[in-house]
Write a protein that binds this ligand. Structure first.
Ligand code: GLU
Length: 295
């Protein structure tokens, strides 16, 4: 029996498009190829940026594509108590500090060290919590992109784990949930690679296991930008899902045979699980999306 646990963790800011399908499919195939579990987690931490219908739309499309997940879908909006406990552990360990700097006050500068302003605001609870990053170069080996290094104090600064206006940060929530759900393998888009070292510092500070990371290339618009909800990528529809799956496999460099195209989702996924070879994506950062999925 394998202990592999993977996940797909979309933010419900819009419907699933070709770019987000790639992350869903690659994480699904990697998990199933290793006889592992595949979880779906809706990262609904920031209501003003979300579309109230998106979570339902995303799950409906995953089901239509026969990308069936294990366990119940987790919603981060219901996990506040768990995140609070994580924050308290970091406070007890003196690894976070309150910060009352506004974006305007920081004026693009990185935050570093204790915040001088926070004392004035403490009584009103009007501050963010920042994680104090360590100094020096950090690095990790990505399964696809190779050696990645960054100096968090120079490039990122002390980062927010709970925002001043209330919401939990993506970094804290993702680390808390990946650990709580015992995720062993993270397969996601390369646009998130620069969050990985922040997440690993948090995992180490909290005594969590560090998953293995594989950052897949992203699908690009004709202008070279990432295909995204922001630039209005076409929403996937439940019909014609077999053809879309075939296109996604082709894009993921898996060389699906032409004869598979019309055989239905089950046959396509069965073939794909068996033949999945993630290393065919090694070193690739982005490729244009196929024409039908561009706006
Ligand atoms: N929720 C993040 C997003 O949709 C992805 C989180 C992750 O895979 O770590 O961009």
């Amino acid at each position: 029996m394998s202990a592999y646990i993977g996940r797909f963790a979309p933010s419900p800011t819009g419907p699933l498009h070709f770019g987000s399908l790639l992350a869903a499919l690659a994480s699904y195939l990697d998990a199933r190829h290793h006889h592992g579990q595949w979880l779906v987690r809706i990262e609904d931490l920031d209501p003003p940026r979300e579309d109230p219908h998106a979570a339902h739309q995303i799950l409906t499309i995953l089901e239509a594509y026969q990308l069936h997940w294990d366990s119940e879908v987790r919603y981060q909006s219901q996990r506040s108590e768990a995140y609070q406990q994580v924050l308290e552990q970091l406070i007890d360990q003196s690894q976070v500090f309150p910060c009352a700097c506004s974006r305007k006050q920081l004026n693009g500068a990185l935050h570093s060290g204790v915040c001088q302003l926070a004392d004035h605001f403490r009584d009103h609870q009007d501050f963010a919590w920042r994680f104090a990053v360590g100094s020096g170069e950090c690095h990790f080996d990505d399964q696809l992109q190779g050696h990645y290094s960054e100096s968090l104090d120079r490039d990122i600064g002390d980062f927010v784990v709970k925002r001043r206006d209330g919401p939990w940060s993506y970094q804290l929530a993702v680390v808390a949930d990946d650990a709580d759900q015992k995720v062993t393998h993270v397969v996601r888009g390369i646009d998130l690679i620069d969050s990985t070292l922040r997440q690993q510092q948090l995992q180490r500070a909290l005594g969590y296991a560090v998953p293995q990371y594989a950052h897949i290339p992203v699908a690009l618009e004709t202008n070279g930008q990432k295909l995204s909800k922001q630039n209005l990528a076409t929403a996937l529809q439940p019909d014609d899902s077999g053809n879309t799956l075939w296109n996604a496999l082709h894009w993921l460099n898996q060389s699906p045979p032409d004869s598979l195209r019309n055989q239905g989702n089950n046959a396509i996924l069965e073939w794909a699980v068996q033949h999945w070879n993630i290393t065919r994506l090694a070193g690739i950062k982005g490729n244009p999306a196929p024409a039908p999925f561009l706006r």
